[in-house]
Design a protein around this ligand. Sequence first.
Ligand SMILES: N[C@H](CCC[C@H](N)C(=O)O)C(=O)O
Length: 262
Amino acid sequence: MEISFYKYQGTGNDFVMIDDRDHSFPDKDLALVQKLCDRKFGIGADGLILIRSKPGFDFEMVYFNADGSQSMCGNGARCAVEFSRFLGIIGDQTYFLAIDGEHQAKIVGPWIELGMSPVSSLANAAGDFFVNTGSPHHVRFVENVLEYPVVEKGAEIRYSGQYAPKGTNVNFVTPLSEDEIYVRTYERGVENETLSCGTGVTACALVYGYKNELHEVKIKTPGGDLKVRFSENSDGSFQNILLIGPAEQVFSGKIEINMKKT
Ligand SMILES: N[C@H](CCC[C@H](N)C(=O)O)C(=O)O
């Protein structure tokens, strides 16, 4: 069976995007997801996203990490919004469903303003922090993140007993100024450093904003620049969280897939 795909990237986090409004993609075939994401034997990507029809929403976004596991993906959601506009499903605003619930988003020029799920609390984790922004994130502030052994230390934390069995994503942060941070991320399900992680930079921005009484944080990542805006409630929870950044279609193509005999 031949399928059409589109390749998108959001600050260097890259995705195979499939228009699956007819629900024909074999989403139980995780070996196929892994193959399509494989950078040598497939198309190559950090993850794969299906756009599906969903009553009550403009669309549903189904996200798979490269290893076939599922979670919420912030950069991927921005790409899903841009892809849905490209397909003519939406204009410049949308209300869609993802694994962590409903989301609003707005396209403002080259930027997508993505509403993220509310965050109930920041937790301390052995001197670091833990935040769930739709996917789980460990946040560690370090002296010089550009020199930090992200993959080695990231894997250590990701596979540590405190996060077993599901694991977590791991972010390392160095402040650049009073309202800007640099973030590098080890991503669960990619099992490597990615050039950026949307839910990850959101987690880091909430922690930095909490520590410095900010409601908007600029973030630099190896894959590009992002902004996070939010409001904090008196009980320490966060809402009106916006992840703001670009999303770009890089190329499109067709690929032959062997459907598993079911
Ligand atoms: N690897 C993450 C999901 C993708 C997160 C990232 N790509 C983003 O932009 O939020 C996890 O397993 O929780």
